[in-house]
Design a protein around this ligand. Structure first.
Ligand SMILES: [Zn+2]
Length: 102
């Protein structure tokens, strides 16, 4: 759910910037749709970071952690433990033969 909020937020900002570029290169009149899209996108990201963000660092609040590999999991075999350098948040990544990145 959290990731969806960020995805929607960042998508809206991206679309807004794209519209802004289109507006400045082509002479199309979309009024303030680009600005409104960017503002709504930033708003969603801010709201999501307020609801879900317990991390102190601003970049971590935006979901941009600096994970580094710290060790192996004792309970689950083939699980690697990553820890964020900034906020100390950990995540487990299970190495599987057929799966993608967790
Ligand atoms: Zn972090």
């Amino acid at each position: 759910m959290k990731d969806k909020f960020y995805l929607i937020g960042y998508s809206l900002v991206f679309i807004g910037v794209a519209l802004f570029i289109v507006k400045s290169t082509e002479s199309v009149s979309i009024y303030y749709i680009d600005y409104i899209t960017i503002i709504i996108g930033i708003g969603i990201i801010l709201v999501a970071s307020l609801i879900y963000g317990k991390e102190k660092n601003i970049l971590c609040r935006a979901g941009w952690h600096r994970f580094e590999h710290v060790g192996m999991d004792d309970e689950i075999k083939f699980a690697l433990i990553y820890k964020c350098k900034r906020c100390g948040r950990t995540k487990r990544v299970v190495r599987s033969s057929g799966g993608g990145l967790g």
